[in-house]
Ligand binder design. Structure first.
Ligand code: SF4
Length: 370
């Protein structure tokens, strides 16, 4: 998703600034709540810091899907856009975190999931617009602004808000934090006079597979199964069922072996499988609906106002830095990997030096034990 600063300023936004309204985005509220020091650097010093592999590839993924849906490129044009994003990351030295063994499993899985997405993504049904500026006036002095990824204009006159996500699926405990963006976009549309039907995320790394198979190893009969899996795990999830379907379709052993090898490599049920096999497996992008309710709308408004109250209560000048978040083992990952200020923030530098010194000392203690 392109940053607001990269877009030409919309006259509706300019009018708000001219009126002296404090305008917030969903990401600004998130930064304020996760680290005030980071918010001060970003919004008071106007220091955008450096991107990360996730922001770069998230932007490339949005570009690929939106260009395809807008008809600017055909299906084959999506993967090259994503691959150009990967090259750009390599050039900028943005890398994925290492896995716990120090290897590249995180990178490999992320790339395999998204490559599969851009090789197989098909045009969603309906009438869409992309990147619409949405404004929610919260009070005479406050407003929210954001650009929706996709709006689906339904035949019954309602609108569905869709946000494209290249991140991992959300845990139940984090749903409220992530869902507010959808709720806020929905409220902005309603304020503009539209009726919102539903709100949802398109989770690019995942698919929903529907097929008939044994629910467990001990099941005696096949049942209808629905599995939501990473795209790089499609083969692992349905290989037994696919192989059985190949036998049922009368394919010979050699053809089955060749087709299964291709499937293992690509996670795509390609042309080596006859239609009779392919039709037994419905594999579709994972669209995760998020409820759009009055309670969640009230909660989102409260969140906006509390965060804006905090922001507006702080000194708005370059000489008074705000407090950093408390850096613990858990949030050090965010600081070291995702925060735009990770390369220059003195607090994470200090934390890393202290923990490194602690680790070295405890190693030495163990070495000196005898
Ligand atoms: S690295 Fe951590 S402490 Fe520093 S600005 Fe970023 S989130 Fe805040």
């Amino acid at each position: 998703m392109a940053d607001i600063a990269e877009r030409a300023r919309d006259p509706r936004l300019q009018a708000l600034y001219d009126e002296g309204v404090n305008v917030y985005s969903f990401s600004k509220l998130g930064t304020i709540n996760s680290c005030l020091y980071g918010a001060w650097r970003t919004y008071i010093l106007h220091d955008r810091g450096s991107g990360s592999v996730y922001t770069e590839l998230g932007t490339a993924s949005h570009q690929a899907i939106e260009d395809f849906i807008e008809g600017k490129i055909d299906k084959s044009g999506m993967l090259p856009i994503f691959e150009a994003g990967v090259e750009q990351c390599d050039m900028l030295g943005f890398d994925f975190p290492k896995d716990f063994k120090g290897g590249n499993a995180i990178r490999n899985r992320y790339l395999a999931d998204l490559k599969n997405c851009f090789q197989t993504f098909t045009m969603p049904k309906g009438k869409f617009t992309v990147e619409e500026l949405l404004i929610l006036r919260v009070s005479p002095t406050r407003a929210m602004q954001g650009y929706s990824d996709l709006l689906r204009w339904n035949n019954d006159g309602t609108v569905t808000v869709l946000d494209i996500k290249s991140s991992s699926d959300y845990a139940q405990k984090d749903l409220l934090d992530h869902g507010r963006q959808l709720t806020i976009y929905g409220m902005a549309l309603e304020q503009a006079g539209y009726k919102v039907k539903s709100t949802a995320w398109i989770m690019l790394k995942y698919v929903v597979i529907k097929y008939d198979w044994y629910a467990t190893r001990r099941s005696k009969n096949k049942t209808s199964l629905t599995r939501i899996v990473n795209r790089s795990k499609i083969y692992d999830t349905i290989k037994d069922a696919v192989e059985a379907a190949c036998h049922e379709a009368g394919m010979d052993e050699m053809d089955i072996e060749i087709a299964m090898m291709d499937f293992a490599k690509t996670n795509i049920l390609g042309d080596l499988f006859p239609a009779e096999v392919k039709t037994k497996f419905s594999i579709k992008p994972y669209v995760r609906e998020y409820p759009y309710t009055k309670e969640l709308q009230a909660e989102a408004l409260d969140y906006i106002n509390k965060t804006a109250d905090l922001y507006e209560s702080l000194p708005q000048d370059k000489d008074h830095p705000w407090e950093p978040c408390e850096i613990t083992k858990d949030c050090a990952f965010f600081c070291n990997t995702l925060c735009n200020h990770r390369k220059t923030c003195p607090y994470i530098k200090d934390y890393n030096e202290r923990t490194m010194a602690g680790a070295t000392q405890s190693k030495k203690d163990e070495e000196d034990l005898f």
